[in-house]
Design a protein around this ligand. Structure first.
Ligand SMILES: *[C@@H]1O[C@H](CO)[C@@H](O)[C@H](O)[C@H]1NC(C)=O
Length: 281
């Protein structure tokens, strides 16, 4: 662990020994979408008195923005940051933290030369993934609320082309105010769903940071779409988000194909954030 910021998909033991820098650094952990991350502090020699601190974070934090956002996480922001340091040298400490999704972070600032820590990182199955961070993989991703009142997101940290492969929101279960009462609206995709009075829908948007509450929503869709759409949506913002909003009254599911957007897709881009263009000008 030499670099100050490192992203890793690996499991195993990570060691860090300070060379005396007081910079805040991060080990960004990510796993497959259907896994969550268990962090065990195996060894901690970070003295509080020396200004040292490590923080195990349930999610990723970058430039003050957090994924999943406070709106889309069942835990409060403060309970997602676990700050650790020790009062006496080589105080034995073994603590275990489990993330709520496939992303976690170990932030550390250890100004005292020679101090450090060891952590064990394991990926374990997450039977009902809600929020998913996608660092580098293209593929098919599924969001599902299992009837719960939760908002779930897939966020890519690259410019992306998004195509809906299957969608069923606002339709199934608990009878009240569903599309099935209105035959006119039975099949197909509808837009501006919140305006239509729908409480369950899918938002597609982009942002320049990790905070989905600050994203630009480019489309908002709901309804029943059993087959893949032929058209995809291309968003150049740096980060791309598909967000499933669920009231808890319905069982919702959306399946999307996520591909990386390249310079060849610029002409057909549906949306570009100001910052998203930087690298191409
Ligand atoms: C889900 O998102 C919607 C719209 O952004 C919001 O009104 C609602 O309060 C959120 N639900 C939960 C459980 O956070």
């Amino acid at each position: 662990m030499a670099d100050c910021v490192k992203i890793t998909l690996d499991e195993g033991i990570f060691h860090y020994k300070s060379r005396g820098s007081s910079r805040t650094c991060g080990l960004y952990l990510i796993s497959d979408p259907n896994k969550l991350i268990v962090v065990t502090i195996e060894y901690l020699d970070v003295l509080c008195q020396g200004g040292g601190l490590i923080s195990v974070v349930d999610g990723w934090e970058l430039n003050g923005a957090v994924f999943p956002s406070y709106e889309d996480h069942e835990k409060s922001i403060s309970s997602r940051f676990h700050d650790l340091c020790v009062d006496t040298k080589r105080h034995p400490i073994k603590r275990i933290f489990a993330s709520s999704q496939n992303a976690a972070l170990i932030q550390y600032r250890i100004p005292m030369f020679g101090q450090g820590f060891s952590v064990r990182v394991e990926h374990i199955p997450n039977p009902r993934p809600c929020n998913v961070l996608v660092q580098d993989t293209e593929g098919i991703f599924t969001l599902e609320n299992y009837g719960r009142n939760v908002n779930c997101s897939v966020m890519t940290i690259f410019d992306a082309k998004i195509r809906i492969m299957y969608m069923n929101t606002g339709l199934h279960r608990s009878g009240v105010k569903t599309f099935s009462h209105s035959p006119r609206l039975q099949k197909g995709i509808y837009h501006k769903c919140a305006k239509m009075g729908m409480e369950d829908f899918v938002q597609i948007g982009g942002s320049s940071g990790l905070d989905t509450t600050k994203m630009e929503t480019i489309d908002e869709v709901c309804g029943y779409q059993p087959h893949a759409l032929s058209k995809s949506m291309t968003i150049f913002c740096g980060m791309t988000t598909i967000r499933l909003v669920s009231s808890g009254k319905h069982s919702n599911k959306v399946v999307v194909e996520v591909l990386k957007a390249t310079i060849d897709d610029l002409d057909s881009a549906n949306y570009m954030c100001d910052l998203g263009l930087g690298g191409y000008k």
